[in-house]
Design a protein around this ligand. Structure first.
Ligand code: ADP
Ligand code: ZN
Ligand code: MG
Length: 483
């Protein structure tokens, strides 16, 4: 009989902060500038250049610490992590080892088995490295220091997770808090959220922790789930075969669905950490802490309670809307303009979710402005356009946030209210489809639907289908009696 194993998982999460300038210099953090255009002597590691801590970075780090129930330390300090690699121009990375800014927090998550508290060991601030670009000729490597000095926080959890579901729930909650704070957009695919998974297994019931590995290069929640399943199996197979797990860093290959050892921790270099002599320790006083606390936004949990009281929309809608800061903002602002929470919510639950799924997009990237959504709802309410035309218009708004009023005008999408035009289209549809006319008169109600469809088609969808059905019924009855 094979033994039962438990999985133990702890995470190291890097978050790229939304500060406009780098952590220790005034260079831009904007993504995509031409190589080495966002650089200066500090972030290219020139001798004698002096770093100065960006206040905004500390603000964000403390805000994330408070949002995750951490103790914010009165003093913190920066340390040099010494190593040589060409993407690291100073030959050391400035990080925090001995005195990180926050410690001992937690994030509560809900999984099907119930509530779980995932403890946070610490949060520290550090700088990102540059980027190496390996040329296709296989002989040259170029370096771009635009990313060098981009501010990061690293959030280290306790090994409190037992499966992929708990890991994903933790990451989703953490990401949501950080997005609400505006501290980062937290995109796994673009690297503004990077997750390293530490995983070990142990025989069920035993207390001693197993030996862990660390998995890197996880670019989606899906990849994280697969990597966890694969690593658990690999370790169990090793142990069952009488082997041992080695403490090592592994690289996940999502295409191949497996991981490869990158480097063993046994041969790990000594980073010779020491306090950075160029940066004074940071003192965080009460007043500053209170100021950051006061700036905190309304978080999802609070929002959900308020929505229930204020808007009277279903819990299901509330959950989906508050699960994205962007959606929540759009919902609140559009509702404030048009005063119809349920209609705004319907556009979000229906077309918006459909388009997001279809385009494999993140809700954060919705570009529709609240005023335009409210205006679209107004157009339907006033019967200027039909529901189906509104959906077409929304698709264009979703693409480029066009003004629906102007767009409807420009494209001539207003509902055909002209009785003569409608009547002509209806008569033509009847004349062209004698079978359907006969069927309807013979009692087949369904045939009417077909005729309505024909009229709608002839009018390019710009008629009110209920009105068209009424008109057709009327005509079919009248012609029957010879009127
Ligand atoms: P190190 O100092 O060697 O990097 P840490 O104690 O800082 O080790 O742990 C790093 C990460 O590994 C943390 O996220 C922690 O939760 C996780 N971790 C520690 N021990 C285990 C274990 N036995 N199994 C799984 N994860 C672990
Ligand atoms: Zn710089
Ligand atoms: Mg560590």
């Amino acid at each position: 009989m094979t033994r039962e194993y438990e999985t133990v998982i702890g995470l190291e999460v890097h978050v790229e902060l939304a500060a406009r300038t780098k952590i220790f210099c005034g260079c831009s953090t904007a993504f995509g500038g031409s190589p080495n255009s966002h650089t200066c002597p500090v972030c290219t590691g020139m001798p004698g250049a002096l770093p100065v801590l960006n206040r905004q970075v500390l603000d964000y780090a403390v805000a994330v610490g408070l949002a995750t129930h951490c103790e914010v330390e009165e003093y913190c300090r920066f340390d040099r992590k010494n190593y040589f690699y060409p993407d690291n121009p100073q030959n050391y990375q400035i990080s925090q080892l001995y005195l990180p800014v926050c410690r001992e927090g937690y994030v509560d998550v809900e999984v099907p088995e119930g509530g779980r508290r995932i403890r946070i060991h610490e949060i520290h601030m550090e700088e990102d490295a540059g980027k190496l670009i390996h040329c296709e000729d296989g002989r040259h490597t170029l370096v771009d220091y635009n990313r060098s000095g981009v501010p990061l926080i690293e959030i280290v959890t306790e090994p409190d997770m037992g499966n992929a579901q708990e890991v994903i729930a933790f990451l989703e909650n953490l990401r949501l808090l950080i997005q609400y704070l505006g501290a980062s957009d937290c995109k796994l695919q673009e690297g503004s959220l990077r997750v390293d998974v530490n995983l070990s297994v142990r025989e069920a019931g035993t207390a001693a922790p197993g030996i862990r590995t660390e998995m890197k290069n996880l670019n989606s929640f899906h990849a994280i789930s697969r990597a966890i399943a694969s690593e658990r199996e690999r370790q169990i197979a090793l142990l069952e075969g009488g082997g041992k797990v080695v403490l090592e860093t592994r690289r996940w290959d999502d295409g191949a669905g497996c991981s490869h050892a990158m480097r063993s921790k046994e041969e790990v270099r000594d980073y010779r950490y020491f306090p950075d002599p160029d940066l004074p320790p940071v003192r965080i006083d009460r007043a500053y802490l209170e100021q950051i606390r006061a700036q905190a936004p309304e978080f999802p949990t609070e929002k959900r309670i308020r929505y229930r009281q204020e808007y009277g929309i279903p819990d299901y809608d509330i959950r989906i809307i508050t699960d994205s800061k962007r959606m929540a903002d759009l919902f609140e602002a559009a509702t404030a303009i048009c005063g119809q929470p349920k209609k705004v919510s319907n556009w979000l639950m229906g077309e918006t979710l459909r388009l997001l799924r279809e385009r494999n997009m993140d809700a954060q990237d919705i570009c529709v402005s609240p005023g335009h959504l409210a205006a679209l709802i107004g157009l339907v309410d006033k019967r200027v356009i039909t529901g189906s035309v509104a959906k077409e218009v929304y698709e264009v708004m979703f693409e480029s946030d066009v003004d629906p009023v102007e767009y409807v005008e420009e494209k001539g999408l207003k509902t055909v209210g002209d009785g003569e035009l409608l009547g002509r289209a209806a008569r033509e549809a009847m004349a062209a489809n004698p079978r359907s006319v006969a069927d309807y008169r013979g009692g087949k109600e369904k045939a009417l639907g077909f005729l309505v469809g024909q009229v709608m088609k002839a009018l390019g969808g710009k008629a009110d289908p209920v009105g068209v059905a009424e008109l057709l019924r009327e005509l079919l009855r009248r012609d029957e009696t010879g009127a």
